[in-house]
Ligand binder design. Sequence first.
Ligand code: ADP
Length: 356
Amino acid sequence: MPGSSGTAPPKLMVEGLCKRYGATTALEPTQLSVQEGEFLTLLGPSGSGKTTLLQLICGLVELTEGRVVIDGCDQSGTPVHQRDIGLVFQHYALFPHLTVAENIAFPLKMRGRPSAEIGRRVAETLEMVHLGHLAERFPRELSGGQQQRVALARCFVYQPSIILMDEPLGALDKKLREHMQIEIKRLHRESGSTIIYVTHDQEEALALSDRICLMNHAKIEQLGTPQAIYERPRTAFAADFIGISNILRGEFSGVNGSRCLETKFGRFMLPRDCACDGESGALVVRPENLRIGPGAENRVEGRIREIVYAGSETRIIAAIGESELMTLRLPSGDAVPSLGETIAIGWDRDKAVLVP
Ligand code: ADP
């Protein structure tokens, strides 16, 4: 009996899904499962395979190998319009000759819903996206942010099984993007829908997601909660792509029973719980875990190159050795050293992460 084990079956399962274009592999064979109501973000640099994975899930491109299973049913051969998947793209693609309300009603009309139900659902969805007062306007009479809210409403209104969004905020300016992120988060919470969201913007991924699927070179690099990926990156790529990281490479050594990393900037103690595989590795230290002054377990000398005031914090960029730069983050109110000054930069060993 479905669900009798107590764990809900995944909303979506991607099994060995793969896409090749001639000699180019756009997506290596990939496994992924998404739970009902989850907000999963596909994050990665341009060309890493995010859009390909999204298009394979909805059936916009034909898969080379593998299966797409939604609610336990194999949908690999099902055409895109029969998959019960909602799509929101960067370019709103609203119908210019239809009003806001008519645009939102469109998917319900297409599905032949009774007009009383259409009227009620359109009114509810207009309220949900705070556009009730603009129902009779045409798309050309709306701002970019309002148009994107209509596009979101047109998708949420027919309650598709899964909603896929491909860089939906890509065309908006930073302030509006941040505002719309909060709106999307609220829409997700209120609707309980399952959302798969593509972005190359790491801050957006951290802000929105239940889990982030970080992609690189046509495969999944790391999959986890924003906190897990930020605090425990498994590779130097993951550390570097999400947030700012200071990465120090070196060879392992053992000194007085403690494991250390020998780098060209000195010897640093490794975190207590790390596993050292092989002979070399890299320490990742986040800017907020570095401090100025003596007293930390690991120390390195740096010369202040840049001081960047950012309101709530001050970012300090210091040169260590000849070419390497380290970034520190000082909360506002902390004493800021002067440009050109030599400082002791320190961190406690367990505040760093070891990656291969
Ligand atoms: P992303 O969305 O992360 O920017 P894509 O999924 O669009 O990446 O692309 C992944 C890779 O597949 C890229 O190297 C891209 O050039 C290649 N690719 C995508 N679509 C096609 C296509 N229609 N023909 C050939 N190569 C493609």
